[in-house]
Design a binder for this molecule. Structure first.
Ligand SMILES: [Mn+2]
Length: 346
């Protein structure tokens, strides 16, 4: 099904015959792609080698995976006994540190990698690497291996693989051509697509929704040419608040949380439009500079970052970050401060 892995799938089939005790492990806090890959590989080994492999989920599942497991009623048993297997398949993981406390012991065994990430240190230690970047998820690779080996996946496993693909392709935003072919196959096999999609529409807890609403009531918004800047304060859920304000229409959002009378935590998020339009990198250009004023440290990515400062109030910090932002916009000749307009209710 996937040309570039077909030969390796044959090697895997031969390899599976040589071991009676097989384990499957994935990265810490398994996301839906990691979860689906492990369970999909388990079914492949069961059908092809006739043995039940042990499965290890280091530090368990993340919250979305837990939700999927309980809604699809999947049995996931996580073992702690690394020595119960001689061959380990490491799924959806490219670096050994992601295996957590199991890393050293698993690497003493024979290992096979099934993954879609670039780089990492695991490849050099593996007997076999089934890896490609022609997919958006490891679940797609596992599905393709299954097809090549003539496996009939159960509906439960197909549902899991579908959820792994939806998750890792960021709901198809970064899907590859093969992603859609595999999805079509899976849906053709009778999997209820809308049921799986609904698992991803999580209604946040009421306390989180109240935090968002309170933060939006307290917010100050400014228009600077074609970008909208929002500043607000909240006692929890800063990242969720920032996301919701971007969703409402802001381009760059700063959310302060006064942790105690000396400490303020700042969370910043920007739209891709803001980054393209202004060339500003939040972590490098803005957040890392705040320590010059209020100590602490800050940084992050272009579109997301944070800062923790001391001996400053929430709105004083927000005022400073806004001032630095306007300076940057002036330096970059995007706008000058006379073009800053507060957005008011009338
Ligand atoms: Mn993945």
């Amino acid at each position: 099904m996937l040309k570039e892995i077909r030969e390796k799938t044959q090697i895997l089939e031969e390899l599976l015959k040589k071991y009676n005790r097989i384990g499957i492990i994935t990265h810490k806090n398994a996301d839906p792609d990691a979860l689906a890959s492990v369970i999909g590989l388990k079914e492949i080994i069961l059908q092809r080698a006739g043995i039940t492999p042990i499965t290890i989920f280091p530090e368990g599942l993340n919250s979305l995976s837990k939700r999927i497991v309980s809604s699809l009623e999947i049995d996931i048993t996580s073992s702690d006994e690394v020595n119960e297997a001689d061959l380990y398949i490491i799924a959806d993981t490219s670096s050994s540190t992601q295996l957590g406390k199991y890393s050293d012991n698993v690497l003493k065994k024979d290992i096979v990698i099934v993954d879609h990430h670039e780089g990492g240190d695991l490849g050099e230690k593996a007997l076999l690497e089934i890896k490609t970047s022609m997919v958006s998820s490891t679940s797609e690779i596992v599905y393709a291996i299954g097809v090549d080996l003539g496996i009939t996946f159960s509906t439960r496993v197909l549902e899991l693989l579908l959820s792994g693909i939806v998750f890792d392709s960021k709901r198809f935003i970064i899907a590859k051509p093969i992603t859609f072919r595999i999805i079509a196959d899976i849906v053709d096999s009778g999997v209820d697509y809308s049921k799986i999609i609904q698992l991803f529409n999580i209604r946040p807890d009421i306390s989180e929704r109240i935090a968002r609403l309170k933060a939006s009531m307290r917010a100050k918004h400014y228009r600077v040419k074609n970008v909208i800047v929002s500043l607000t304060e909240v006692g929890a859920f800063e990242a969720s608040v920032a996301r919701s304000l971007l969703e409402l229409g802001s381009d760059v959002v700063f959310v302060a949380n006064q942790i105690d009378k000396n400490e303020v935590r700042l969370t910043a998020r920007a739209s891709s439009y803001f980054i393209e339009e202004t060339g500003i990198h939040l972590g490098r250009d803005l957040l890392s500079r705040l320590s010059n004023y209020f100590g602490g440290s800050g940084g992050g990515h272009d579109a997301a970052g944070g800062y923790t400062g001391y001996n400053v109030g929430a709105w004083e910090l927000l005022g400073k970050v806004f001032e630095l932002l306007i300076e940057l916009l002036e330096e970059r000749k995007y706008a000058n401060r006379r073009e800053v307009k507060e957005i008011t209710q009338d």
